[in-house]
Design a protein around this ligand. Sequence first.
Ligand SMILES: Cc1cc2nc3c(=O)[nH]c(=O)nc-3n(C[C@H](O)[C@H](O)[C@H](O)COP(=O)(O)OP(=O)(O)OC[C@H]3O[C@@H](n4cnc5c(N)ncnc54)[C@H](O)[C@@H]3O)c2cc1C
Length: 429
Amino acid sequence: MSLTFNSGLDMERSYYAATANPFAPAPMLHDAHEADLVVIGGGYTGLSAALSAAKQGMSVILLEAGRIGWGASGRNGGQLIPGWRKGATELVKMYGEARARILFDISLRAREWALSQIAENAIACDLATSGHLLAAAKPTDLTWMRAEVETLERVMGYPHARVLSPEETRAKVASDAFHGGFLDAFGGHLHPLNYALGLANAAARSGVQLFEHSEVLSVSGERGVVARTARGEVRARHGVLACDALLGNLAPRIAGRIMPVANYLVATEPLEAPRALIADNLAVSDSRFVVNYFRISADNRLIFGGGERYTPTPPTDIASFVRPFMLRLFPQLAEARIDHAWGGLVSVTMSRLPHVGRMGDLFFAHGYSGQGVVLPAIAGAAMVEAMAGRSDLFEALAAIAPPEFPGGAALRTPLHVLGMLWYALRDRL
Ligand SMILES: Cc1cc2nc3c(=O)[nH]c(=O)nc-3n(C[C@H](O)[C@H](O)[C@H](O)COP(=O)(O)OP(=O)(O)OC[C@H]3O[C@@H](n4cnc5c(N)ncnc54)[C@H](O)[C@@H]3O)c2cc1C
């Protein structure tokens, strides 16, 4: 058992840890317990499922191997991006208009759930619903961006997105790197760790028993669920496996559907003229395969994520690693100090759509492929609905399960390296 399960990649030095709201540490699990539901993993997926279940009157125990919120949920870019990692046009190509519309609506319900939890529980997480701009790294991106706006309007009945010209984009983002953009007024950003901690507090208030430093070492889901840690165990009617990129070997049957990919961020010192860099308090990401993403924090820092890396070992100096990617877009920040640098593991699937399903009484959801601030909310709710016998939502999500990576869990890393090299090359060409 490790006391530092999800504290790697300099999380303790992150901007988010430095500005986290107070959160009372939860105890470690000891002895044998029983509950209606045991949730494994204390990120957005596990916390949303736990909160939904508690609201349905279920008794819930949540086991977190490290600290609650310290996985991807507490270290991400904080960008609220409507929809799925696959755009509306691609969804229509894959599933036809009717099913694509259902899936898109599900993503909007996820956004609603997240925003309503923040409002109902007064979660102080610097929420800004000011829009998300997808900046075009290539002039040709504008073609699919226009098609995307058309699909969103015609098929999804969604009027909130529009394409920006190069000049309009330059007025939003002070960089010469972009050729236009796709602006979605329903996007925004938040402080990801404080959102997770706020969900955890709400769950605890609803009766969820939270345990930290309680790594589940084995779990079985045949006729009820038994989850064992080094010092205790929980027996429950149902279970939720919500470990995302940190799943490890806990569930080998499903591990081959997700690939952990390290990604790194920095926070600059507070900037004197942040709105001159990014107007309208937008969250911005670009259309490169190895995405650059950035926004201004509530205290006026640029939070910038990006960078390609082809070995599984992290850079020795994360700030020096990310800085050139930031300066490539914003050379005017050459003198800006970097106050925080950290990394996290994104879990990516072959289709870039999440993997939601069940193994007996043990449900799971993971693999949001870099778009998992909002979507875990609906995955959590769907799993809880399915436990209560209402399975429409759950089935709709389970039906988009991604294929296994070729070679399964064993070959993911070398294939990932090759894949990243190929796409990085494509970005350059
Ligand atoms: C660097 C980075 C930037 C990102 N940027 C964005 C963004 O801007 N916008 C966006 O929409 N998405 C973004 N994402 C994706 C998003 O953060 C994730 O999809 C989301 O947080 C996944 O939530 P989760 O609860 O499924 O996983 P996590 O938050 O990782 O939680 C899983 C938890 O399970 C615990 N756990 C694992 N194994 C065990 C075990 N055996 N026993 C008990 N507990 C266990 C872990 O310790 C961890 O706390 C980013 C991700 C990263 C890493």
